[in-house]
Design a protein around this ligand. Structure first.
Ligand SMILES: Cc1cc2nc3c(=O)[nH]c(=O)nc-3n(C[C@H](O)[C@H](O)[C@H](O)COP(=O)(O)OP(=O)(O)OC[C@H]3O[C@@H](n4cnc5c(N)ncnc54)[C@H](O)[C@@H]3O)c2cc1C
Length: 439
């Protein structure tokens, strides 16, 4: 890319969640100038639930040089155990092991604060590029660029605004204000499930003894209309309890931290044995929780992802149910796709916007719609007591193997599993592999 063109172009990222922070790395690695503005006072969030990243998310972090740091702050997931409402084990699968073999990278569990801190610390000159306490309130279009205005009266000037500001995106609201009526919905998402989620320290029944909860595990406890998921990491147990709503909700909802043990998503599970060997129950985890809260699980894919010089990534554009753990992973891929389009156009155009945005949306919208459908389908099956409609997470292997990576960034150490990587396989690699991706 000619430096003169590259130097003039600057992206303003709104939102320092996982997707905004990965995007900052992707832009930095490809040599595109950026500033990231986050409304909170710090980048590492203090949240109630962790995050697991799939091989394609880890691969993107590897490509920008973060694999070692990523491994240091996360733990592997290896096994899934399905059980009934009382805790009777019904089936165990080693799907995460297959996924590791298929893609060359494993599935890893993070706490969000460590992930956010790592992504911040690893940026080049983070203090020069990341501003906190900056709540976007307006975007003004001017000739050849945009001005972002913040609640504290300050502003940032740039070429484009990228809204990585989450489910109730201000950037999206401002796009809707400026676009013809009907192009953007005021509430583009709806909820069919509610969830209570939280995290507890890994318990010990007695000092020095084991709780009986195996590490590196995903546990699924099934009953009609409800599901309890547990994930163990090195230090914590993360839990999500899903409850089917009587009817779909279409409203802007928030995170409620006042949930107690009488909540309909908590009370039925209190006596569930989460570790058969020791009799540890969900009550034990609930009573020692470090954080917890409840929210409607809104989902949907926004119809239009860009307008003028603004574009959406991550949850601002697509919200999927969390049972598959594809929200942030899909957001990382989308960020990489957007950076690929910008990089390609910046070679010829000093000021790319709409064409790059449309190509990015075209590449990602259908994929995220498919992930959304799979997550709904899976949750519908998993909220059945003993119904044995357990879709296996290995069915995502063909989609994951076609995941996006950064086109313009050399990736000599890329790991490849049995399924290969099929995204824009260069002609030579395709020939060497006998014609292209295997799945
Ligand atoms: C219980 C639960 C479990 C989940 N588990 C997983 C998982 O295991 N794996 C996975 O991939 N996904 C998971 N997800 C989904 C994942 O959390 C989201 O997809 C991901 O957080 C989206 O990242 P984001 O950066 O797009 O948005 P967010 O994480 O919502 O970040 C948006 C950021 O923008 C900031 N912001 C908002 N408005 C403004 C404004 N006006 N000005 C400036 N800043 C602003 C916010 O403060 C925030 O920091 C889970 C979700 C839930 C609810």
């Amino acid at each position: 890319m000619a430096d003169a063109k590259k130097n003039k172009f600057k992206a303003i990222i709104i939102g320092g969640g996982p997707v905004g922070m990965y995007l900052a790395h992707a832009l930095q690695t490809t040599g595109i100038d950026y500033v990231l503005c986050e409304k909170r006072d710090a980048i590492p969030p203090s949240t109630a639930f962790g995050l697991f990243l799939w091989p394609h998310g880890l691969r993107l972090l590897h490509q920008v040089g973060l694999l070692d740091r990523t491994e240091a702050i996360s733990s592997l997931l290896t096994k899934i155990t399905h059980a009934g409402p009382k805790g009777d084990v019904m089936r165990e699968y080693s799907d995460f092991g297959f996924i590791h073999l298929a893609h060359g990278y494993p599935v890893r569990m993070f706490d969000r604060a460590s992930l956010g801190q790592m992504l911040y610390d690893a940026l080049r000159e983070p203090a020069a590029h990341v501003r906190t306490g900056k709540q976007l309130v307006d975007i003004e279009r001017r000739a050849g660029g945009v001005t972002a205005h913040f609640a504290d009266g300050t502003r940032e000037e740039g070429s484009i605004v990228i809204g990585a500001d989450g489910i109730w995106s201000t950037v999206r609201d401002l796009m809707r204000r400026d676009a013809p009526e009907g192009l953007f919905d005021a509430v583009p998402f709806s909820a069919n499930y509610r969830a209570v989620f939280g995290r507890s320290p890994l318990p010990s029944r007695q000092p020095g003894s084991s709780s009986g909860l195996e590490l590196e595990q995903q546990f699924e406890f099934h009953r009609d209309g409800a599901l309890l998921q547990l994930f163990t990491s090195k230090r914590e147990v993360h839990f999500i309890s899903y409850l089917k709503l009587d009817q779909p909700r279409r409203e802007r909802s928030g995170f409620d931290e006042t949930i107690d043990a009488s909540d309909a998503a908590v009370a039925p599970w209190l006596d569930t044995r989460v570790a058969a060997a020791t009799g540890l129950t969900f009550r034990d985890l609930w009573q020692t929780r470090a954080a917890a809260g409840g929210a409607n699980l809104d989902e949907g894919v926004v119809r239009m992802w860009h307008w003028g010089r603004t574009v959406l990534v991550g949850d601002a554009a697509h919200k999927v149910l969390p049972n598959q753990g594809m929200g942030a992973n899909g957001g990382f891929e989308g960020a990489a796709s957007l950076v690929n389009q910008l990089t390609a156009l910046l070679r010829h155009e000093p000021d790319p916007n709409a064409a790059a945005f449309a190509a990015y949306q075209a590449e990602r919208q259908g994929v995220m719609g498919a992930y959304r459908g799979m997550a709904r389908d899976e949750l519908a099956g998993w909220t059945r007591e003993g119904g044995r409609r357990w879709t296996r997470c290995v069915r995502r292997i063909p989609m994951v193997s076609r995941a996006v990576r950064l086109d313009a960034v050399p990736f000599p150490g890329e790991r490849v599993g049995l399924a290969g990587w099929g995204y824009k396989v260069p002609a030579e690699a395709a020939r060497a592999a006998g014609g292209g991706p295997k799945l």
